[in-house]
Design a protein around this ligand. Sequence first.
Ligand code: NAP
Length: 264
Amino acid sequence: MKTHGGRVFIVTGGSSGCGYETAKAVYNLNSRVYIAGRSAQKAEEAIRKIKFEPAAPHPAVKGGRGEIVFLRLDLHDLDTVKASAAEFLSKESSLDVVWHNAGLGGAPFGRKTVQGFETHLGVNALGPFLFQHFLTPICLATAARSGAKPGYSRGDLNLHELGSIKGAMAKYPQSKAMVVMFAHEFARRFAVHGLLSLSLHPGSVKSNFQSNQPALVKWLTSPLLYEQHYGGLTLLFAGFADVVDTKMLEQGGKNGSYVEPWGV
Ligand SMILES: NC(=O)c1ccc[n+]([C@@H]2O[C@H](COP(=O)([O-])OP(=O)(O)OC[C@H]3O[C@@H](n4cnc5c(N)ncnc54)[C@H](OP(=O)(O)O)[C@@H]3O)[C@@H](O)[C@H]2O)c1
């Protein structure tokens, strides 16, 4: 595997689950990775574990040693997001990949963010949108310095279905549909400056994500879930695979895509 020393990355929600696995892999590629989350304690525990654990379950995968830094980020409170971005910007002059991975599902009905948005919408879609807004200039500057080639995006989204989703799990998919649209629109605006923007499904993996699910659902779905270490694969594919990095942009039309597990 190529190393990525000297490059800078952010993984939101990097203290657990898919984000943890992604941060761990990036650390082992000798890069500087920021774990952005709301709990310093959870992040410190994750950082200790990442440094201590083998790089991957297979012994043939050699570990590296990068840097991991905690960045406070609470997507539940939009008023705090600018300060988090400012903290990052005060320390770094480049940003190679940001994974807007933090998210939740199954939050109790009626729960709202500090600004009064429905929780899934606020945490999964609006918070990341705002965080990215403050990070976009550094992404553009990084792309300009690296000589990333201009890319193209095209395609339409069918919005007809979006408003009609009903049922107990209605809000989660709506928030994620917004994430898909955001990735697509971001690519439409910034592909010409060499930025690549993808949305993705990390796979159905065992993580804290199931913590809000009813016991019966947990019991029924648990045998169908992959082990947590699979959870970083699709994020890493989107962030690093050569086919994503070069071929997609050169061929045009794929920036803004939705990536399926395990990197399709
Ligand atoms: N696991 C799956 O099967 C699955 C399937 C499809 C999509 N996904 C998506 O994959 C992403 C990662 O999920 P996961 O499976 O790794 O679940 P996870 O273990 O619960 O991780 C979610 C992360 O998001 C963070 N987070 C939650 N609310 C936040 C907030 N207000 N501000 C900042 N960070 C916050 C959590 O931090 P705290 O520890 O502080 O809560 C945690 O680190 C999510 O976007 C999820 O929707 C997962």
